[in-house]
Write a protein of this length. Structure first.
Length: 571
């Protein structure tokens, strides 16, 4: 209707024009009329209300008085070109009120034409759409930003990465895509709650922003995984330097609920254009490198290398099969005997889990145990091992053998489970085995990784089982702390046993361990014995028990019984 009025203005009659325009518009319209140079000579009340300028301040000014700076000069250049040709222009404009606040208006500008068809005045009709634009902004923010960390999310990062790759390709620049994963964050969630985990995520995001100072792109891709696009990278060495500096900055301890937590990170790196030239491939290869870093135990970084994808696919296959194999019973136990080093008599066995997949064959423990720990499948697997070992101990007792102690390895991941003690008690009662026939082996590093473990170990011992420290000597610079631990046995790591017959330093270390253990009443077992010379030296140093290939490889329960002849109750 306004356009029709404008076309009918053959002779300039401002009073009639204003009357016709105001009559034609509804009461929610914000109206201004300017001359052909853009100077305002009429505004209605709604214009003064929303802009916070009075009529006297607006009359004689141009619309630049409410320019917010939101739109580039080209935006207004195109607008003036349109209305200058006598055409109507429509668009959404962000304006700025007198107090500095911004508001959005849906704008229609209609030229009034003279008899020659040339514009001589313009009328702008606006409607306030600030509320709608704010809703759109909120929706866009939810769609493109992570609400916890206020970082771009995966969708937003993908769009930015596309743009940065195109720019880098055009300018011959190098990029490094980094996928960064917080190691073992799920343990924080499980033990301290998700609020603690969220706090750690927010701190990591804050530190990344502080360190990178807006020079690179950061995003949160998923739960505990972040992505960083490092721009203007010289080469691989430069990318590694930055990653090592980022690691150092992130590993500063974080205080959570009164406790200091030192985080470690697994990091995968892929380079543009060396490893890939588009987003999908670059992202896939960074993720492959991340999987390699996690497979090595975390706490480090890996740069993508050809062939890594094959290893990653193999790992994915094994992860998928692991849980199914636990449910379908593809695991079995083998037992490695332990002997008194002086008499050569059997003292016990260690239960060792083996995975025999019906299609993939035998899968070594060093492949599936770390994977089981990382995926937390070790909890179900460990429960199966404990139940199976207890059942075997009961079978041997029922077959007439005296109580034979079976050592069972327990992962630090299992210790994180709040129901671990209840589960142990349930299995002991279910199998009706004598608790003194069960020994729980914990790695030395487990005591360093978890506060309050000593109390839990003491509660285990109160169930009647014994506890030993496995791989002793590899985790601490001093051995004096063992007098504080509620354990019964110390197992000397095979790294010290390997060269004990030729290395004075190894002998000195074992002598120190044996002396200290004897002083505080602990038993000592040496593992990894492979020759008679090692047995001789261990005897001389006072070590009581040992195990290793010199005596027997891990074997089936049936084969193990050949060492048990003298253990028959009636013999």
């Amino acid at each position: 209707m306004i356009e029709e009025l404008a076309r009918n203005q053959g002779v300039y009659n401002p009073e009639k024009m204003l009357k016709d325009v105001v009559f034609a518009l509804d009461q929610s319209a914000i109206v201004a009329i300017t001359d052909q140079r853009g100077k305002i000579f009429y505004v209605n009340q709604l214009f003064t209300t929303i802009s916070q300028y009075n009529a006297e301040e607006l009359i004689g000014a141009t619309h630049s008085i409410v320019n917010s700076g939101q739109h580039p000069p080209a935006f207004f250049k195109e607008m003036w070109a349109t209305i200058g040709r006598g055409k109507t222009w429509r668009g959404e404009i962000c304006n700025r009120a007198k107090d500095g606040s911004r508001y959005w208006v849906d704008t229609t500008i209609v030229p009034f034409l003279n008899a020659k068809g040339k514009p001589y005045q313009y009328i702008s009709i606006r409607y306030d759409i600030t509320e709608r634009k704010e809703s759109e902004r909120m929706i866009r923010d939810l769609a493109y930003n992570d609400q916890l960390t206020q970082l771009p999310n995966r969708l937003s990062f993908r769009e930015q990465l596309h743009s940065e790759i195109e720019n880098a390709y055009g300018h011959g620049e190098n990029l490094a895509l980094v996928h960064l994963n917080i190691d073992r964050l799920h343990f924080v969630n499980d033990t301290l709650g998700y609020e603690a985990g969220d706090f750690i995520l927010s701190v990591v995001a804050k530190r990344l922003k502080e360190f990178l100072k807006g020079q690179h792109v950061i995003a949160r891709l998923s739960g505990d995984e972040f992505a960083i696009l490092l721009k203007n990278i010289r080469d691989e060495s430069h990318a590694k330097e930055l990653i090592e500096a980022i690691q150092h900055y992130l590993e500063e301890p974080i205080e959570v609920m009164g406790q200091l937590h030192t985080l470690t990170f697994s990091i995968g790196i892929a380079l543009f254009p060396e490893h890939a030239r588009n987003y999908s491939e670059l992202s896939m290869k960074a993720e492959t490198a991340l999987s390699e870093a996690k497979a090595r135990g975390g706490g480090g970084y890996e740069v993508y290398r050809r062939g890594s994808a094959t290893k990653t696919l193999e790992r994915i296959l094994l992860e998928n099969e692991l849980k199914k194999s636990i449910q379908q019973g593809h695991f079995n136990l083998e037992y490695q005997p332990k002997f008194n080093l002086k008499s050569g008599t059997l003292t016990g066995v260690e239960a060792l889990v083996r995975w025999h997949h019906p299609d993939l064959g035998m899968i070594p423990p060093d492949k599936f145990i770390p994977m089981a720990e990382e995926t937390k499948n070790i909890v179900a697997l460990g429960e199966w091992v404990l139940r199976e070992a207890c059942s075997q101990a009961k079978k041997w007792q029922e077959s007439g053998y005296r109580t034979l102690r079976i050592a069972i390895n327990m992962s630090a991941v299992q210790l994180e489970e709040p129901t671990i003690l209840d589960k142990m008690k349930e299995i002991l009662q279910e199998t009706n085995v004598s608790p003194e026939s069960i020994e729980i082996e914990l790695t030395e590093s487990a005591f360093a990784d978890r506060e309050g473990l000593q109390e839990m170990v003491q509660q285990m011992r109160e169930l009647g089982v014994t506890v030993s420290i496995d791989d002793f000597g590899t985790g601490y610079s001093t051995f004096s702390y063992i007098k504080e631990l509620p354990v019964d046995t110390v197992k000397i790591d095979k790294a010290f046993v390997n060269d004990i017959h030729v290395n004075e330093e190894s002998r000195a270390i074992i002598k120190a361990i044996v002396t200290l253990a004897n002083t505080i009443g602990l038993n000592v077992i040496a593992e990894g014995i492979e020759c008679e010379e090692q047995v001789k030296v261990l005897n001389e140093l006072g070590c009581r028990e040992g195990q290793g290939y010199y005596y027997s490889k891990p074997t089936s329960a049936t084969n193990c019984e050949k060492f048990m002849g003298k253990w028959k109750v009636n013999e």
